[in-house]
Ligand binder design. Structure first.
Ligand SMILES: *[C@@H]1O[C@H](CO)[C@@H](O)[C@H](O)[C@H]1NC(C)=O
Ligand SMILES: *[C@@H]1O[C@H](CO)[C@@H](O)[C@H](O)[C@H]1NC(C)=O
Ligand SMILES: *[C@@H]1O[C@H](CO)[C@@H](O)[C@H](O)[C@H]1NC(C)=O
Ligand SMILES: *[C@@H]1O[C@H](CO)[C@@H](O)[C@H](O)[C@H]1NC(C)=O
Ligand SMILES: *[C@@H]1O[C@H](CO)[C@@H](O)[C@H](O)[C@H]1NC(C)=O
Ligand SMILES: *[C@@H]1O[C@H](CO)[C@@H](O)[C@H](O)[C@H]1NC(C)=O
Ligand SMILES: *[C@@H]1O[C@H](CO)[C@@H](O)[C@H](O)[C@H]1NC(C)=O
Length: 656
């Protein structure tokens, strides 16, 4: 390039055309030089014995890497042809990462001499092209973990990689196009412990394909097209994932052999019945959610004494008879949400003694019973989206450990503070939240709640209370008393209330309050400084905010939502000044407007100024003159009266 420029400068037989040409050439060569920097490999980052060379557009490993490198990361480059040269003749590697390249050819027996290579990641390449040539990559003597995911491999192609891999423990074939697992697929890799075949199109598994793997403990067949499993006999398997297949039935082999299965995921299939699980099992985690199971019947009197977690949500269960729980003495989590259960009852104290979470949400549940001394460990109960109108009014008092109670979207009413037989002829018509010793969060939104009596939460240490979406809720002014030191979150959104009767400043721990979408015209006067940090008053009918309220809030308030209220501009100058001085954050400030008589449209509160609210000077002058005239007249009248009475006194004195 330099030589070319020199030549050009010789030619400078100064004509303007030549000068222009020269400038043009200079420009072109500059652009060219910046687009193609000198061919020096960009440096990899080398840390001790690890070389990080990802994302460098490399076609092979740089030649200048130190010999001692044991980990080579060449992921996300442009390697196409994997040979000894590509790896710069490094043979001491322990870990080689070639994820996301364009490899379509591997030099046969390339890995044979790599006696230390334990981890080989070939995921996201084009190894289907290589396998198509029916070439074998040769022995993988030391490799323990091999990732062949996302390579477009189809049935039989894995054979060219696995035929001689005696130490292989972990194998991933995820996201390929395998339709069948043949009997001898893994016959060259008998040490396998974990196989992932997630996201293929497996329809068929030949008998014995996995049986020969005596160390296999983890098998992931999720997201395939398997329709049925007839004779499950992998008794050493600990984790089995069959989620997202098309299974209609699952049968275990008839045997008394103890199975080691701990985690079994059968979610998102088409099961019509409870699976036929091994008789001698110690299963801990069973996910049957999103199937079509209509009733729970364990074929062959199987027990699940180790079962801790059972998810049967999104099925078509109509009943959940309590006797089935006698086979699940260790159950801690039960999810039967989104089924067709109308009634749920536990009366025997021996059942579900360890259960902590019960999720019965989104059922057409009409009746719920917990007898004396049942479910004593229960901490979370999800009952939202049911048809509950009546409950035994003391039902929650019997749950000594209940912390979270989700009752939204039902039809419940709250009892007066002291239900007695007199004022509650029918105690079933309401439910009490008095003295529930550990209850922290109560969700009662969308219940058509009509009233909240005084002291309804006495002796219940609530932190979170959601009363929103109960239009027309009539709240006693003392309904929240008892919560002075505990309540932190309060939501009363969309309750169609025009007056807030409770004095929220008495709730010393209250930090988050949502009063949006109501009909509030004013905020109550608060007796103390409040500790509220976030207050939502959006979409109400507020015209003025009392200065005393602002003062009560000012110390703690950090965030205020105020949009969609018919505020008066001049009636709220102190508040507006506070906003303009950024004392609080108003996330919806763009929608906060106020009404001013001189403007036909609402004015953004950011635009309001003091002078907008002082009338024009001429008017002031006239008022001053009128006031002065009035004063003069009053003084004159008083003076006249005064003189008159003195003269009368004189007259009297004269007479006397
Ligand atoms: C890969 O490289 C080897 C050795 O350089 C060469 O013989 C072979 O033809 C190349 N293969 C492909 C598919 O490019
Ligand atoms: C195999 O997978 C398991 C579980 O993911 C992991 O703990 C283990 O380290 C892996 N072994 C190798 C050699 O990669
Ligand atoms: C089973 O596989 C699915 C899909 O990959 C995954 O979402 C789920 O978490 C797995 N289940 C278990 C128990 O690991
Ligand atoms: C299950 O056990 C009961 C008695 O506990 C017995 O009557 C019934 O026949 C058994 N069912 C099966 C399928 O073994
Ligand atoms: C069922 O409930 C359990 C425990 O609460 C939860 O972890 C799981 O995600 C729920 N299942 C579904 C499908 O939502
Ligand atoms: C209860 O079930 C519902 C619906 O399946 C789910 O959204 C919710 O997360 C579950 N609760 C818990 C704590 O998992
Ligand atoms: C809301 O309250 C107003 C009167 O304050 C009433 O006219 C209206 O019907 C109520 N709306 C609902 C949904 O209860």
């Amino acid at each position: 390039m330099v030589r070319r420029l020199v030549k050009i400068s010789h030619q400078l037989k100064v004509s303007t055309m030549d000068v222009l040409q020269l400038l043009f050439l200079l420009l072109v060569s500059c652009v060219a030089a910046s687009a193609y920097p000198p061919q020096q490999p960009p440096p990899c980052r080398v840390v001790q014995m690890d070389a990080f060379c990802s994302d460098l557009s490399l076609r092979s490993a740089p030649l200048n890497l130190p010999d001692v490198v044991q980990m080579l990361d060449l992921s996300r480059n442009q390697v196409q042809n994997l040979t000894r040269e590509t790896l710069a003749h490094h043979t001491n590697l322990r870990h080689l990462n070639l994820h996301s390249n364009k490899i379509h050819f591997i030099e046969p027996r390339l890995f044979e001499g790599m006696n230390d290579l334990k981890i080989l990641d070939l995921s996201k390449n084009h190894l289907n092209v290589f396998a198509h040539s029916k070439t074998n990559i040769g022995p993988l003597k030391a490799v323990e973990s091999l990732d062949l995911s996302s390579n477009g491999l189809y049935t039989g192609m894995s054979d060219y990689f696995l035929s001689d891999s005696p130490r292989l423990v972990n194998l991933s074939l995820n996201s390929n196009s395998i339709t069948e697992v043949a009997k001898d697929t893994f016959s060259g890799s008998l040490s396998l412990r974990k196989i992932s075949l997630h996201n293929n199109i497996i329809l068929k598994i030949e008998d014995g394909a996995f049986d020969i793997l005596s160390h296999l403990t983890e098998l992931d067949l999720s997201k395939n097209s398997i329709r049925c499993i007839d004779d499950f006999n992998l008794d050493k398997l600990k984790v089995f994932n069959l989620s997202q297949n098309s299974l209609e039935s699952f049968q275990s082999a008839q045997s008394d052999t103890p199975y080691e299965l701990v985690t079994f995921d059968l979610s998102q299939n088409k099961m019509l019945f409870f699976p036929h699980l091994p008789k001698n099992n110690c299963l801990k985690y069973l996910d049957l959610s999103k199937n079509q199971i209509q009733n729970i019947k364990f074929m062959g009197n199987i027990t699940f004494n180790c079962l801790r977690y059972l998810d049967m949500s999104y099925n078509q269960l109509k009943k959940m008879p309590e006797e089935y729980f006698s086979m699940m003495g260790s159950l801690e989590v039960l999810n039967v949400s989104n089924n067709c259960i109308t009634s749920f009852s536990i009366t025997d104290g021996g059942l579900l003694q360890r259960v902590k979470i019960i999720n019965l949400s989104y059922n057409p549940l009409q009746s719920l019973t917990f007898g004396e001394n049942t479910v004593q460990s229960l901490e979370e109960l999800f009952l939202q989206g049911n048809d509950l109108t009546t409950l035994d009014y003391q039902i929650f008092q019997r749950l000594p450990n209940i912390k979270y109670l989700h009752l939204q979207q039902n039809n419940l009413q709250v009892c007066d503070s002291e239900p007695t037989d007199q004022n509650h002829k029918d105690p079933q018509s309401c439910v009490s939240f008095l003295s529930v010793p550990k209850l922290e969060a109560l969700y009662l939104s969308e219940n058509n709640l009509r009233s909240l009596p005084a002291n309804m939460f006495a002796n219940t240490p609530l932190k979170v209370l959601d009363l929103s979406l109960n239009p027309g809720l009539d709240m006693h002014k003392d309904s929240l008393s008892g919560l002075e030191h505990s309540l932190v979150h309060l939501s009363m959104r969309k309750n169609n209330i025009s007056i807030l009767k409770a004095d929220l400043s008495l709730l010393r721990s209250l930090k988050y309050v949502d009063l949006s979408t109501n009909q509030l015209t004013t905020l109550p006067t608060w007796s103390k400084e409040s500790s509220i940090e976030s207050l939502n008053l959006q979409n109400n009918h507020l015209v003025t905010l009392e200065y005393s309220t602002i003062l009560a809030l000012k110390r703690s308030l950090k965030t205020l939502y105020m949009g969609s209220n018919p505020l008066s501009c001049c009636g709220n100058l102190r508040f507006i000044t506070m906003v303009q001085q950024s004392a609080v954050v108003i996330p919806d400030i763009e929608t906060v407007t106020c009404v001013h008589e001189d403007y036909s449209e609402p004015v953004s509160i950011k635009m309001v100024t003091q002078t907008m609210c002082h009338g024009p000077p001429v008017q002031n002058y006239i008022i001053t003159v009128i006031v002065l005239l009035l004063l003069v007249m009053i003084v004159f009248v008083l003076w006249v009266k005064c003189c008159h009475s003195r003269r009368r006194k004189h007259n009297r004195g004269f007479r006397a």
